[in-house]
Structures are given as structure tokens and as C-alpha cells.
Design a protein around this ligand. Structure first.
Ligand code: UDP
Length: 328
């Protein structure tokens, strides 16, 4: 019988890709999701247990049923802009929800925990390549909520021996090359899917959020990582924990940054279509530049992010876009 892993947010974008990767690696991914932002038809690779992270009794029930070897915790609200307008939503759901989950894992004797954190915990540090030792100074409530969860994990690791791997993601993009699952948020806020919508006429022109940043072309720079590379790192992180290698933090990015204008240029090249866009104001909470130092994951985990180039990420996202999932 394959080993179970509880995947919170398994009905969402990254979680559903993680379930596919876990299944391929021989695990049973058990999706725990309240469907507030996820989609039940994205749960294709293992059982589905509907539930909310704030519901401790429901969590206890699911831990008892599956006796998982690990938790992979993706479920969270993740929109920077929204987190600035409604910080309570982020502290309540992300922080208290995660605390409830971590307490349930400890109570159930589940030894391993893989957590999806973010480069937003680093904040706006000009001209710095951010590595795992960089100071964490989040400038938005989303990043602050994720940093708080990292602290909880560190404390619970020290107190109860909960082994954890924390992944700080840079900008996740692309989709399953077989298009079984893909990115679909409602509402969508991320650059690449919004751009593909604009390209295909499904929505009005893309708005570039700010053209007066201190970057070569005035637009924000981000480090984009392919979702399939990202979830592969999670499987490696799980194996790392199962081998008893201890708690560790890893950045997941490529070390290369691209501006919003560069992403637009690549999208034009990949889709062979014009990208309608307008130039707008800055979005509150956005950092100028976020680029990862990712040597640790490559050297220690043996991670090979070889799909994380813009052409492949945009191409795979475009393939998913054309399946029509967007239109349901
Ligand atoms: N962005 C933009 N227009 C949009 C959405 C995003 O110019 O409609 C920019 C945003 O300011 C940031 C980059 O694209 O510099 C990536 O934003 P996204 O929301 O995809 O991810 P985030 O960096 O917030 O995690």
C-alpha cells in the first residue's frame, strides 16, 4: 500500500500539480481543501476530503483515517493586493489555519511537514539576490502571514520534533505539459494567465502595474519558476525528511529575473499573437525586484529546474488555456 500524504489545497493550482507528482512518485496524495479557491475537478490523483483548516475535529478525522507520513501544506490566500486591503483575512485563515493544521499533525504523530512559503517574506531589498540567509522583512500582509507560519514551524520543530521543509517560492508559472491540470484562479490576478486572456480576447488589455520602478525598463522584475519543477522539489523535500535529514529552508527560483515587459515580449513570441496592454499605476505591496539565490535546492536536494524558462512556462500555460477550462 502506498504511503499517504495530506495535501492541503490539493484542489488548487500548485496543490493539484503536487498531487500528480506525488502519485507519480508512488505516494497516495489525499487532498484536504475547502474549495474556497480550488476546484473539485482538479482532484484527479487521489482521494478528496473536503474540510477547512480551521476545523480541528475534521482535521483529526482525516489524520486518523489516512495515518499520513507527511503533510504538504499549500492551502492559503495568496494575493498580495488583497492582503493589503484585508489583512485580517490573511492572519485568520493563513496563520490560525496553519497553526490548527500543525497542531493536528503533531497530535496525530505525523512526523514530516512540507510548507509552501514565499519570497514575499523577504520584502523589498534592492539589488540583492535573495538567499535563504537573507533577512526577512515582508512589506505586505501576505508575506507577513507566511513568515509567521515559518516561525510556528520552527517553534513546533524545537518543541515536538516536527521535521519540516520550508520552500520559499518565487513566481510560480506554467502548467502540466499534459494539461491534465493547470492554473485557474477566480478571480485571476497573476501576470501570465491574465496576459493569455488578453491575447485571446477573453478580457481587456493587460495593465502593467507601474512603469516607474528603478529597473532597466521601469517594470517590476520577478524570478519565474515552472510549477512542475516546483512540485518536483517538494517530492525531493519529502524524501529528504523521510531520510531523516532534518528541517531546512529552500528557495525555489532560478536566479534569473525578468521584467513585466520581458514577459510580454516572450508571450508574443510563444503565441505568435499581439499582447494588448496599457500602462497603469503601481499595485500597492509590490516589490521592485525579487530574484532567488537557488543554489541550496540545486546542491542539497539535487533539484534540476530545467523546465523553468519563460518559453516553456508560457507555452505550457498557453496549452492549458486552450483546453477551454477557463470557459467553464
Ligand atoms: N503584474 C502586472 N499586471 C497584472 C498582474 C501582475 O503588471 O495584471 C505584475 C506585478 O506588478 C508583478 C508581476 O506582474 O510585478 C507578477 O505579478 P503576479 O501577481 O503574477 O505575482 P506576484 O509577484 O504578486 O506574486
Amino acid at each position: 500500500m502506498s504511503k499517504s500524504v495530506i495535501v492541503t489545497g490539493g484542489a488548487g493550482y500548485i496543490g493539484s500539480h503536487a498531487c500528480k507528482a506525488l502519485r507519480a512518485a508512488g505516494y497516495e496524495p489525499v487532498t484536504f481543501d475547502n474549495l474556497s479557491t480550488g476546484w473539485e475537478d482538479a482532484v484527479k490523483f487521489g482521494p478528496f476530503e473536503k474540510g477547512d483548516l480551521l476545523d480541528r475535529a475534521r482535521l483529526d478525522e482525516v489524520f486518523a483515517k489516512y495515518q499520513p507520513v507527511a503533510v504538504m501544506h499549500f492551502a492559503a490566500f495568496s494575493q498580495v493586493g488583497e492582503s493589503m486591503k484585508d489583512p485580517g483575512k490573511y492572519w485568520h485563515n493563513n496563520v490560525i489555519g496553519s497553526l490548527t493544521l500543525i497542531e493536528a499533525a503533531v497530535a496525530a504523530g505525523c512526523p514530516n511537514f512540507v510548507f509552501s512559503s514565499t519570497c514575499a517574506t523577504y520584502g523589498d531589498q534592492d539589488n540583492v539576490v535573495l538567499d535563504e540567509a537573507s533577512v526577512q522583512l515582508p512589506i505586505n500582509s501576505y508575506g507577513a502571514s507566511k513568515r509567521a507560519i515559518e516561525d510556528i514551524l520552527e517553534n513546533f520543530g524545537a518543541a515536538y520534533g516536527l521535521n519540516h521543509v520550508i520552500f520559499r517560492y518565487f513566481n510560480v508559472a506554467g502548467g502540466d505539459p499534459e494539461a491534465e491540470v493547470g492554473e485557474f484562479h477566480q478571480p485571476e490576478t497573476h501576470l501570465i494567465p491574465l496576459m493569455l486572456d488578453a491575447i485571446s480576447g477573453k478580457r481587456d488589455a493587460l495593465t502593467i502595474f507601474g512603469t516607474d520602478y528603478d529597473t532597466p525598463d521601469g517594470t517590476c522584475i520577478r524570478d519565474y519558476v515552472h510549477v512542475c519543477d516546483l512540485v518536483d522539489a517538494h517530492v525531493l523535500g519529502l524524501k529528504w525528511l523521510e531520510e531523516g535529514r532534518g528541517s531546512r529552508v529552500f528557495n525555489l527560483g532560478t536566479g534569473k529575473g525578468f521584467s513585466v515587459r520581458e514577459v510580454i515580449d516572450h508571450s508574443r513570441a510563444v503565441t505568435n499573437k499581439d499582447v494588448p496592454y496599457v500602462e497603469g499605476d503601481r499595485r500597492p505591496g509590490d516589490c521592485t525586484k525579487l530574484v532567488s539565490g537557488s543554489e541550496r535546492a540545486i546542491h542539497e536536494l539535487g533539484w534540476t529546474p530545467d523546465r523553468s524558462n519563460l518559453a516553456q512556462m508560457i507555452g505550457d500555460a498557453w496549452k492549458w488555456h486552450q483546453t477551454g477550462h477557463y470557459d467553464k
